[in-house]
Design a binder for this molecule. Structure first.
Ligand code: FES
Length: 106
């Protein structure tokens, strides 16, 4: 099982091939996913310090490009984790004072 390390925070294992946003949430971290995992809101964005997956869908690419985030962030609702990685702390609902949004589908 891949190990995900959150810089300055916790480490957890998640099922290989699972969406990163779901692994983060299932680890008890209240990551934002305001559009429900549809690559529209970019609130689920994360920065990879290591282990960034190479594959990127056109949907994720276009959403990141539109928001000027391409090359800096990935959308955790679009990324499936198959190896160990380290990411910057995600945006948290508790910090922003808003609800996380509907849980993205598997
Ligand atoms: S872009 Fe909205 S949840 Fe990922």
């Amino acid at each position: 099982m891949p190990t995900v390390t959150i810089e300055g925070g916790q480490t957890f294992e998640m099922e290989s091939g699972k969406k990163l946003v779901l692994g983060i949430e299932d680890a008890g971290i209240d990551i934002l996913h305001r559009c429900g995992g549809n690559a529209r809101c970019v609130t689920c964005k994360v920065h990879f310090l290591s282990g960034e997956p190479l594959e990127m869908s056109a949907l994720e690419h276009d959403s990141l490009e539109e928001d000027g985030l391409l090359g800096q962030y990935r959308l955790s609702c679009q990324v499936r984790i198959t190896g160990d990685c380290t990411i910057d702390p995600p945006e948290l609902a508790s910090v922003r004072g808003i609800t996380p949004g509907d849980r993205p589908e598997d």
